[in-house]
Design a protein around this ligand. Structure first.
Ligand code: SF4
Length: 310
């Protein structure tokens, strides 16, 4: 794809959906009622310091409802905006491969049969929750539907990851990517910009590392400080620097300029419920953030991969 002169000068998820599905596709976030080894005491009871009460799935369906009800509620709302759109069922909250294989099979396969409008499945998980038999099953599943596995990395820097209480290291992430590669699974890495004490160069280094891996996409988020999280307590007692919109746009535009051209950019900003967000308040204006990044890229005559090197 030629990004030069394109309104959004990078490989957007809508570009990919259009190429792959030939039409508008949106995600419907379902809640499979999972927990997480980083919260249930297996690795830790604290979780990642930024993890919200919902397990970073604040827009997912209500776990008290069955999957069909969750799907119908969200799908009907999305259909009002995109009447002919198709859906990807998205298991977002907590760690969605953290259960015995028969339970995962039952859940994922019943999700696929919720509606003929479902054209794919997206599963968010941790790299240390992808044992051999789960990876084998996911590979099998990727021949039945378009399968996206979303893997949290957040940062390549061990000092930050350890402070965040991620509970796994970079080797674990790289190893999971290797074991998922060579299949039809679309692997999407999640990263966070604005983690305390990381410099712009540190954040660019995280992208440089992703460039070396067999991944299909990246989701770029900013750090959200949300109420009722461990990070909120830390921040309120000892505030650390938060990126301004100008700094954030500069970092993301610079990351896109060095990003490998075939990596799909799923997000350049995050969503947070207004009532839970402490900082950065500017991130609530999602379209402003996106516009700032796009504008900056265009003003620099930059586009995805313009400064990529092997
Ligand atoms: S891995 Fe995800 S669900 Fe688990 S504690 Fe971290 S952010 Fe929360």
């Amino acid at each position: 794809m030629n990004f030069q002169g394109k309104e959004r000068p990078f490989y957007t998820v809508n570009d990919f959906y259009q190429q792959h599905f030939g039409q508008k596709v949106f995600k419907v976030s379902l809640n499979g009622n999972f927990t997480c080894p980083n919260k249930d005491g297996t690795l830790s009871t604290q979780g990642c310091l930024y993890c919200s009460e919902s397990g970073s799935g604040d827009f997912a369906g209500n776990p008290k409802d069955d999957l069909q009800t969750q799907f119908n509620d969200i799908f009907q709302t999305m259909k009002q905006k995109w009447p002919t759109g198709k859906a990807i069922a998205y298991f977002q909250a907590n760690t969605n491969t953290y259960a015995p294989l028969p339970i995962l099979k039952e859940l994922f396969e019943s999700a696929l049969s919720l509606s003929p409008d479902i054209v794919g499945l997206a599963i968010a998980t941790r790299p240390d929750c992808l044992g051999e038999e789960i990876v084998d099953y996911l590979k099998e599943l990727s021949y039945k539907t378009s399968l996206f596995v979303e893997l949290g990395l957040q940062t390549i820097h061990e000092k930050t990851a350890s402070w965040l209480n991620r509970g796994h290291d970079l080797n674990c992430f790289d190893d999971a990517i290797k074991r998922l590669s060579g299949s039809k699974i679309y692997v999407v890495a999640h990263i966070i910009n604005g983690l305390p004490y990381e410099s712009k160069d540190d954040m660019l280094a995280t992208i440089q590392h992703l460039n070396t891996l067999d991944i299909h996409g990246v989701k770029i988020h900013m750090l959200h400080i949300m109420k009722h999280t461990v990070m909120a307590q830390d921040y309120l007692s000892t505030p650390f620097p938060i990126l301004s919109l100008v700094e954030y746009a500069d970092i993301v535009a610079s990351q896109i300029a060095i990003l490998r051209k075939d990596i799909v950019v799923y997000r350049v900003t995050g969503d947070a419920p207004k009532e839970l967000l402490i900082e950065p308040v500017w991130s609530l204006k999602k379209f402003v953030v996106q516009n700032e990044i796009d504008k900056l890229l265009r003003s620099r005559s930059h586009y995805q991969g313009v400064h990529y090197y092997d």
